[in-house]
Design a protein around this ligand. Structure first.
Ligand code: LLP
Length: 419
């Protein structure tokens, strides 16, 4: 459920008409609903209510906007970060260091040191080499790193290949068969306190079955690690729960996810950790765009909008579907290709899709754009960096300004030998 609805024929974000925001801020612009974010955060937490000890670390990568992080910090969420930049954001948003998990396959020494000095709760190690380096770094600074070992369970998540992370050939985690040995060797090092195992098999999962298969394997490994005499107090089950992108699609509910986990982990006796991203933010945001013009095509017209693949990369990258709705629909429908202005054919949001009839100057939204939307934006074709707005009831605020091409240009230099 979200709070983007038609009222008197005009799409609103909570109590704010979308045209009001478009007029004030311009388009394209991301609009987030505070009430939807809060609701999703609470529904996710309630879904885990059967589990005795839990910690939820929001996957910052899905939407790192400072206001979004602040809101989730206030809901008691920690953060799953994958870079020094995300770590600074989580801290700036007021997330307690203790609740921050540092994931990521290529943490640099400088990033690890920053995490250590900030006193973060857990490093998720992606290799034995990384663990040895972290232990040395911590010991050299008189600190102890709390860590979990990320394991690659070799389970097919059944999602798009580019967002699948749990197959043996993927770069993530250590091989399942070698995990217990690596855990034992790292646990023996000074500077690091091994406290758990971590797993994340992919994103936008449509079924709980691959998750259950992965968690079941992790349960076997947990027993193996304990049997060799090593302590395991935390198990990080990652993120990955998918969300509907098309009206009418049904996805596993957080309550079903929680019930499955309660069943699989009943005898684990650990703190369970979660790294949800998309399930919290995905349907909490839309990308508002304006139709530039409509151009005839061979089979159907091209609706050219002022948002492009640089603003919302998912269709170009993963052939992702985002519902497209007119902000003031007149009831008519049209068959159209929806494209942006960028000079390559991958700048296509939809082909031959039946959509609300729109014409030049009309406003429309791409739905389910709150996750992996603004955060993946760039300035290709020297376009502006897209702004973000958050709505809360009848009030709203710009939570990320548009960065104009001139500002980006002003950071560039011509060396004197070219002048
Ligand atoms: N934990 C780890 C270690 C991850 O790698 C990810 C996502 C998450 C948690 C959060 O997963 P979620 O709950 O959001 O599915 N840009 C792609 C998605 C990439 C996901 C990367 N890792 C997209 O637009 O679909």
């Amino acid at each position: 459920m979200d709070h983007f609805e038609l009222r008197n024929g005009v799409l609103h974000a909570e109590d704010v008409p979308i045209p009001v925001i478009a007029a004030a801020v311009g388009t394209p612009v991301y609009v987030y609903s505070r009430a939807t974010l809060t609701r999703h955060a609470r529904v996710f937490r309630e879904g885990l209510a059967l589990l005795p000890r839990t910690h939820i670390a929001f996957a910052v990568k899905s939407n790192p906007n400072l206001a979004v992080l602040r809101l989730l910090a206030r809901e008691g969420f920690g953060a799953d970060v994958v870079s020094g930049g995300e770590l600074e954001r989580a801290l700036a948003a007021g997330m307690p260091a203790e609740g921050i998990v540092f994931s990521g396959v290529g943490k640099t020494a400088a990033e690890m040191l920053r995490g250590l000095e900030a006193g973060i709760g857990q490093f998720n190690l992606e290799s034995e080499e990384e663990g040895v380096e972290l232990a040395q770094l911590a010991a050299a600074h008189g600190l102890t790193a709390r860590a979990a070992l990320r394991v690659n369970p070799d389970v097919d998540a059944g999602t798009h290949g580019k967002i699948s992370t749990g197959k043996a050939e993927n770069k993530f985690g250590v091989p399942y068969d070698r995990a217990a040995g690596i855990y034992g060797r790292l646990a023996a090092l000074p500077g690091v306190q091994m406290r758990g195992l971590a797993v994340h098999i992919g994103s936008q999962l449509a079924s709980l079955d691959p998750l259950e298969a992965a968690f079941t394997r992790m349960g076997v490994l947990l027993r193996e690690v304990r049997a060799q005499g090593d302590a395991v107090t935390h198990m990080d089950l990652g993120g990955g729960v998918g969300v509907p992108y098309k009206a009418g699609e049904v996805f596993p509910a957080p309550a079903d996810y929680g019930a499955m986990i309660a069943r699989v982990t009943a005898d684990w006796d650990v703190t369970l950790m979660f790294e949800p991203g998309r399930v919290i933010t995905g349907n909490s945001g839309v990308l508002v765009t304006q139709v530039v013009r409509v151009k005839p095509g061979v089979t159907c017209p091209f609706v050219i909008v002022d948002a492009a693949m640089n603003d919302l990369a998912r269709p170009a990258l993963y052939d992702a579907w985002h519902d497209f709705l007119a902000v003031e629909p007149n009831g008519a429908k049209m068959l159209a290709n929806i494209v942006g202005p960028i000079c390559e054919s991958s700048d296509t949001f939809a082909m031959a899709r039946e959509i609300d009839a729109v014409g030049p100057g009309d406003l429309a939204v791409f739905r389910t754009a709150g996750a992996y939307g603004a955060t993946m934006a760039n300035t290709y074709n020297s376009r502006a960096l897209v702004p973000e707005v958050m709505v809360d009831g009848a009030r709203w605020a710009v939570v990320a300004e548009r960065i104009a091409p001139a500002a980006i240009l002003s950071a560039e230099r011509v060396p004197e030998w070219l002048e």
